[in-house]
Ligand binder design. Structure first.
Ligand SMILES: [Mn+2]
Length: 352
């Protein structure tokens, strides 16, 4: 009792006598900090155009041999995705997870495209949810899962705009180009094929969701950040007609800003906007160790943020997706935490 009243006294005198604080001379009194903090929050909210965002989790790991990315959606939610986006002023609704078959209960099927049937079924369900979100005025924010989920996401976004006679662009940010087909894939893992499916090279089942193909035209498709491409994929990039591929060398030599500005111009030309598919393995394993397929020499923490910040500045992103977060090999969930940070930048968070 006596202690409490002493504490109160001390607090009161501290806040009244600002000139001679007992603690650090730099720290202002507790209640003097409050209005300042509120003003900062208001500025931040006012600078972000409020969006309705629907989170869709796709805990799919059938597309690759290393297990664990099925826990990606949980890891990103645990890192505070919803609350942190809402703090920016957005309205966020969590649409839950798409049901995915367990690898343990299924046969892998064709070794040239393992679990293709199950992956196609998941991506088809997922595409319908993405379409529904857009029809209800939400921006879809998809959490993978391995990168094969993108075949579903892009299908849903493309179908929504096709019904209005519009097309979309695609920004594929990744260490890999994910453009193998069952004929060219050395592993038969479908997470190396989604871009091929989207561009209409195959596998046909995955590319024909909503019965049309390709989902995006090559002149509106851009690949950014690649540093590990199979020889057969180089041929497939040419066959698909994609001409804008920015490797890590391009980012090193020309800078992130130039690269992303050019990419957005290409993806945005004549389109209703573009889908951004972010594979966390784009970022250097130093900052993003918990990913499906880590490769050295990736984007730095700041380069990744800058890319997302510029995307937000342009205001033409139709939908966003974060894939390949693998909490099993992560360190204290820091890759998922970075994923949330990057989502915040993509959805308009500014430093000042
Ligand atoms: Mn990928």
């Amino acid at each position: 009792m006596e202690n409490q009243s002493n504490e109160n006294l001390e607090l009161r005198s501290h806040s009244e006598d600002v000139g001679t604080p007992k603690g650090s001379p730099v720290a202002p009194p507790a209640d003097a900090q409050l209005p300042k903090k509120r003003a900062t929050d208001r500025r931040q909210i006012a600078s972000v155009a409020a969006k309705k965002i629907r989170v869709i989790g796709v805990p799919l790991d059938l597309g690759q041999s290393r297990r664990g990315v099925d826990m990606g959606p949980s890891a990103v939610r645990v890192a505070g995705l919803e609350a942190r986006l809402e703090a920016l002023g957005h309205v966020v609704e969590d649409g839950g997870n798409i049901t995915v078959a367990l690898a343990e209960t299924k046969k892998s099927g064709d070794p040239a495209a393992k679990y293709l049937k199950e992956i196609t079924a998941t991506c088809t369900k997922h595409a319908e949810q993405v379409l529904k979100a857009l029809e209800s005025g939400f921006v879809p924010l998809v959490l993978g899962g391995d990168h094969s989920v993108a075949a579903g996401t892009v299908s849903g976004v493309a179908e929504f705009h096709r019904r209005q006679d519009k097309k979309i662009g695609l920004i594929w940010i990744d260490a890999h180009s994910d453009i193998n087909t069952p004929d060219t894939s050395p592993s038969g893992n479908v997470h190396g094929m989604p871009l091929a499916a989207i561009m209409g090279l195959g596998p046909a089942e995955l590319g024909n969701i909503f019965n049309f193909s390709p989902k995006v035209l090559p002149e509106n498709t851009v690949i950014i950040g690649v540093r590990d491409i199979d020889q057969t994929e180089k041929d497939n990039i040419r066959r698909a007609g994609i001409t804008e591929v920015y490797t890590m060398r391009d980012i090193d030599e020309r800078g992130m800003r130039t690269v992303i500005e050019e990419a957005l111009r290409t993806a945005g030309r004549g389109t209703a906007g573009y889908h951004v598919s972010l594979d966390m393995d784009w970022i250097d394993p130093e900052d993003a160790p918990g990913v499906g397929t880590p490769v050295r020499g990736g984007a730095t923490y700041r380069e990744a943020h800058l890319a997302m910040e510029i995307i937000a500045d342009h205001g033409r992103m139709t939908s966003f997706e974060i894939v390949e977060v693998n909490p099993v090999i992560d360190e204290h969930n820091r890759t998922a935490d970075l994923a949330v940070e990057l989502a915040m930048s993509a959805f308009g968070k500014k430093i000042l």
